[in-house]
Design a protein around this ligand. Structure first.
Ligand SMILES: [Zn+2]
Length: 284
């Protein structure tokens, strides 16, 4: 049923060609390890698409994972890939058909050697502070705002991270992969306050690391004092909580924020509304 003679692409509106398992193209999508295994499985089974029961059996054998989590992972993959449901006698089968639109997954050029050297030049992990010289860590170039969420390859969105911090960050963000659309939309708003507010909303009440908030706030132009924007949200009657968490191994502490209650954006412009409220306060 599936014509594989023309390589791994499809020209029937099912999106861009699928990256080969293990390819660099697939790596640029930064799939978490378990998602990648599932992708590889679906890729191998394109000529004989598996049913959900078979998918669950595969994952259970590989990872001993509960069915509900597997279903979620298939949903996550659907954010990036066209996965068609085809009927086969009694069952629905899941056919991996193509990669979704280019603005979402745009396959990009690798970061230049010169830029990589510039980012890595402090020779120190931006998160835990460990160095290759003193601690033997390996440093990698990390995107503060992940590429998948609209982050760019510009120097101000890049930082050196050690493998351990990088892996921790990936795991943390992977738990939010289902909000990728909302997060990307938030990061592309015009005003910094709106970017921050929409990002908090996109995490759906979950804790947002302050470095991500800062990076998203600075996406269009650098925001020296983005915490001030948080105070402005509170002035608009948003309830935003914060917490600090200390990494027991390094003693470094990190701030997180989450929105508990949010308000619709004022119709007459955010800055005007904040001014109006400040004036009212002074009168009282
Ligand atoms: Zn580190």
């Amino acid at each position: 049923m599936i014509d594989d003679s023309a390589g791994h692409g499809h020209a029937d509106g099912s999106g861009r060609p699928l990256p080969l398992p293990g390819s660099e193209e697939l790596q640029t999508l930064r799939l978490p390890a378990r998602h990648e295994k599932l992708y590889n499985f679906l890729y191998e089974r394109r000529s004989n698409p598996p049913t959900m029961r078979e998918i669950r059996a595969f994952v259970a054998a590989e990872e001993g994972e509960a069915p509900a989590q597997t279903d979620r992972r298939v949903r996550d993959l659907r954010g990036l890939f066209h996965i068609k449901t085809v009927r086969n006698r009694r069952d629905h089968c899941y056919l991996l058909a193509g990669l979704k639109g280019s603005e979402l997954t745009g396959i990009r050029k690798p970061i230049s050697i010169r830029l990589r050297a510039q980012i890595l030049s402090p020779q120190r992990c931006a998160q835990c502070g460990k160095t290759p010289l003193d601690h033997g860590v390996l440093l990698a170039v990390d995107h503060k705002v992940p590429f998948k969420w609209g982050g760019s390859d510009d120097a101000n969105n890049l930082q050196p991270l050690c493998e351990e911090c990088n892996a921790g960050k990936k795991d943390y963000y992977a738990t939010y992969v289902q909000y990728a659309d909302e997060i990307r939309a938030a990061a592309n708003r015009d005003e910094p306050l709106r970017r921050i507010g929409e990002l908090l909303k996109a995490f759906n009440g979950g804790w947002v690391p302050s470095d991500l908030l800062g990076a998203v706030a600075s996406m269009m132009q650098y925001q020296e004092d983005w915490q001030k924007r948080l105070r402005e949200l509170r002035a608009l009657d948003w309830v935003v909580n914060s917490k600090r968490q200390t990494d027991p191994t390094t003693g470094r502490s990190f701030a997180y924020y989450r929105v508990e209650t949010w308000q619709p954006w004022p119709g007459g412009g955010i800055a005007a509304e904040i001014k109006r409220r400040e004036r009212l306060k002074r009168i009282k």
